[in-house]
Ligand binder design. Structure first.
Ligand code: HEM
Length: 217
């Protein structure tokens, strides 16, 4: 009975997480009206006119296009039923995701980190996130090539959680507005915790699974 309840709770949480991710993707697509052409009175672009050209502009447009794509691809690729039914498609979309993250999301995020709102503390947070995401997807790719599929799944989950920092960051922003929390420190804290927290929870869960397995052996 308790097992059924836990499974139902897990399903509900999964659905909620998917809904949140889809909401953020739609939100980003909707914000394109402020970005094409750039509206320097909009929330994100306010005060950025001075450096909004050349490499920053290229990185920005690459980022706002590839970010939502990587989240959507991640949702599809981590779906077990999809992988089992459409193995070939999974491999093909997996390659697209690797290119999308390694060539667009991570490098553009790294580049934009130099101009992060509130300065260096948030900037280093985003830069570390970009590097960590690049590492996770590279290790995930390597383990798939070596046919170590359990390891592959773990790395790709890490990568997806890091990509979901974009969702967690916006959730934290929303909560901060509701709680009327203001100040640069709130954004700086969110720039680090939006990816370190989910990653930490994932690693703890992995540790628990490993310990449980050891006990049953
Ligand atoms: C490797 C992962 C990522 C890194 C390192 C990263 C980094 C960044 C940085 C540094 C900025 C500018 C922040 C500032 O100036 O304060 C930014 C903005 C942005 N990012 Fe990402 N990002 C990542 C993933 C994503 C994903 C998966 C999405 C998909 C929704 C996304 C969507 C955006 C958008 C739309 C903006 C423009 C601001 C806005 O409209 O909210 N990012 N990102």
């Amino acid at each position: 009975m308790q097992k059924i309840r836990v499974t139902t709770l897990k399903q509900i949480l999964k659905l909620l997480a998917c809904a949140m991710i889809l909401k953020v993707i739609l939100g980003v697509l909707f914000s394109y009206r402020d970005y094409v052409p750039p509206n320097f009175e909009s929330d994100f672009l306010r005060g950025r006119k001075v450096y909004f050209s050349g490499s920053y502009q290229t990185a920005f447009y690459g980022h706002i296009f590839s970010g939502p794509c990587s989240l959507l691809l991640g949702l599809v690729l981590l779906n077990e039923q999809f992988r089992q039914r459409f193995a070939k498609c999974h491999r093909c979309l997996g390659r697209v995701q690797i290119a999308c993250v390694l060539l667009l999301v991570a490098p553009s995020g790294l580049w934009m980190a130099f101009h992060a709102e509130t300065g260096a503390i948030a900037g280093f947070g985003f830069a570390a996130l970009a590097v960590a995401t690049g590492f996770c997807i590279s290790f995930g790719w390597r383990s798939a090539v070596k046919r170590r599929f359990a390891e592959h799944r773990r790395w790709m989950w890490r990568c997806f959680l890091l990509l979901c920092s974009a969702v967690v960051l916006r959730l934290m922003g929303g909560l901060a507005t509701i709680a009327e929390v203001e100040g640069e420190w709130a954004y700086q804290t969110a720039a680090w915790t939006s990816w370190l927290l989910p990653l930490g929870v994932f690693e703890m869960a992995q540790l628990r699974v490993r310990r449980k397995k050891q006990h049953t052996q």
